[in-house]
Design a protein around this ligand. Structure first.
Ligand code: ADP
Length: 267
């Protein structure tokens, strides 16, 4: 803390007023440090793919590259440019959310249908079938685009981090007042020492089993931001080498099921 004191004398009624200002320097310094670290991570993350794109472009333009190699180089350029584009999109999304500039259009949403749509898009991708078990007609209050983004990120991670497996299980069920969405894979799992950092931005597990798997380390930070903004909870269980289950818990919209019919109650 820094303490500033100033006093003003009032000659008319002979009193003196004091002004005390407490300034929490540590918080400011910590924020500065976090900002600097953030900028250095971002510039590194942007420079690496860009250097690769420029390097391969230069070779293609200035040297006589055999035809079969040309295609390989172009594939690398495409992959790196794609990575750059994902990184920028994720980064801007997260910035907008963290600065409170993201507006959420919250509407009653059939979460089972939403999860079904995303699961369908991933079905058959990268050798995985998506096994979906969803209680029909569960309503939550949500921003459809943002909740869709949550499901894309969780399912894409489940697929990406279970390279040898052939399925990912997704479920939606009611638990009391809550709708619970689970995404379960039988993949690489998460080491214990990584668990508490998993939702931090740019955090990636640096195990040899996943160095080849691309990513930005922003996916779960985005998921956490969105789930928090929905006043939901995000959790996971995972065992290294056995797989992971990610769980999103959201309050259901105020509905009551009467004889199989869903009746929406007015506020
Ligand atoms: P990214 O996948 O882009 O690296 P994320 O924020 O989505 O970033 O995930 C952070 C890290 O958490 C990943 O690097 C990965 O090691 C680990 N992770 C996330 N989901 C899973 C999963 N389903 N199984 C195993 N590890 C996971």
């Amino acid at each position: 803390f820094e303490l500033y004191v100033s006093s003003i004398a009032d000659p008319i009624d002979n009193t003196r007023s004091f002004l005390f200002v407490f300034r929490d320097r540590t918080n400011e310094e910590l924020a500065d440090e976090a900002k600097n670290e953030f900028i250095s991570i971002v510039s590194h993350e942007l420079r690496t793919p860009l250097a690769s794109v420029l390097g391969f472009m230069e070779i293609l333009l200035n040297r006589d590259v055999p035809k079969e190699k040309q295609h390989k180089y172009m594939e690398t350029i495409y992959k790196e440019a794609n990575r750059l584009s994902n990184l920028i999109n994720d980064f801007l999304d997260l910035q907008r959310m963290e600065s409170g500039k993201q507006s959420y259009h919250m509407v009653p949403t059939d979460v089972s249908a939403l999860v079904h749509d995303v699961a369908e898009q991933w079905h058959g991708k990268q050798g995985h079938r998506i096994e979906l078990e969803a209680e029909p007609g569960l309503l939550v209050t949500a921003d459809v685009d943002r909740l869709t983004q949550v499901m894309h990120n969780l399912i894409s991670n489940a697929v990406k981090y279970s390279p040898g497996a052939d399925k990912v299980a997704v479920s939606v069920r009611r638990e009391g007042e809550d709708a619970v969405i689970e995404v379960r894979d039988s993949g690489l799992g998460i080491p214990d020492d990584a668990k508490e950092k998993l939702f931090n931005k740019f955090y990636r597990v640096d195990n040899s089993d996943r160095r080849q798997i691309g990513g930005t380390g922003l996916g779960l930070a985005i998921v956490k931001e969105i789930v928090d903004s929905h006043r939901g909870t995000l959790s996971f269980d995972s065992e290294l080498g056995r797989g992971s289950t990610f769980r999103v818990r959201l309050k259901t919209y105020r509905v009551s099921g009467l004889g199989g019919k869903v009746v929406v109650l007015e506020d």
